[in-house]
Design a protein around this ligand. Structure first.
Ligand SMILES: [Zn+2]
Length: 243
């Protein structure tokens, strides 16, 4: 191999590693993320991203209430500001609220100050509405970027990714397909990704009815595996932080 080919190969390898570090939901290369909980307790965590989004978030809350299941909602600040009563209901019914940025941007090539503003504006609106600043963060599309983890550490926040997904964001997926994909590999310690909203669509184009239709059978399927539901916060180590 000549020098040019060796350099090209090294660059390709570096790009591949950087791509994996930023884009693979389970990567730990840029910083420590919570991807799954301990297997020993026979518990899983349900997570809903992109809301609040009326009436879907309320319909999901109704199902969670009827079944006595706790979940974690990673909300966008702009949606919390739009649906303040829904955010308050999430909190009042005992679910955990996490930060999913204000405007749901891709974080790649974003400056540190832009990422900080996305996080802090969301923390501020959530605190104004329900009186707490979330400890959990999930980046849009699961994409981490250089500089994100120092920001999270300064704020004592933990990045939460997922181990399992229902692919409810894919247009055309039926409730049956979402149920199948949600349960296919689900096991003790799993963090399951679902959506009560549909970023980046404008509110009038959001339709999370597939997720609502799939949820009762997903809950039933988890119980049939002998597992129960907890908040993602219950998966954190005892010092409360991963990153
Ligand atoms: Zn999202």
């Amino acid at each position: 191999m000549n020098a040019a080919a060796a350099i090209a190969l090294a660059l390709l390898g570096a790009c591949g590693t950087a791509f994996y570090a930023c884009f693979a939901p389970t990567s730990q290369l840029l910083g420590r993320s919570l991807v799954r909980g301990p297997a020993k307790d026979q518990q899983v965590a349900l997570t809903f991203d992109d809301g609040p989004a009326s009436p879907f978030t309320e319909q999901i809350l109704d199902i969670l209430h009827e079944t006595g299941v706790s979940a974690t909602f990673f909300v966008c600040g702009k949606n919390a500001a739009r649906y303040p009563d829904t955010l308050r209901r999430i909190r009042e019914e005992g679910h955990t609220i996490g930060n999913h940025t204000y405007t749901h941007p891709f974080l790649w090539f974003k400056s540190r100050s832009r990422m900080a503003s996305e996080i802090d504006r969301t923390q501020d609106v959530i605190e104004q509405l329900v009186g707490l600043r979330p400890k959990l963060f999930r980046p849009p599309y699961g994409i981490r970027w250089f500089g994100l983890f120092p920001l999270l550490r300064e704020r004592r926040m933990t990045d939460v990714q997922w181990s399992d997904a229902g692919f409810d964001w894919v247009a055309g997926n039926s409730p049956e397909e979402v149920i199948r994909r949600s349960l296919a590999k689900l096991r003790a310690g799993s963090i399951l990704l679902l959506h009560d909203g549909r970023e980046p669509r404008p509110p009038e184009h959001v339709d999370a009815s597939v997720t609502v239709a799939a949820l009762p059978a997903i809950i039933e399927g988890v119980w049939k595996k002998g597992l129960s539901f907890v908040s993602v916060e219950d998966f954190l180590p005892s010092d409360g932080q991963v990153s």
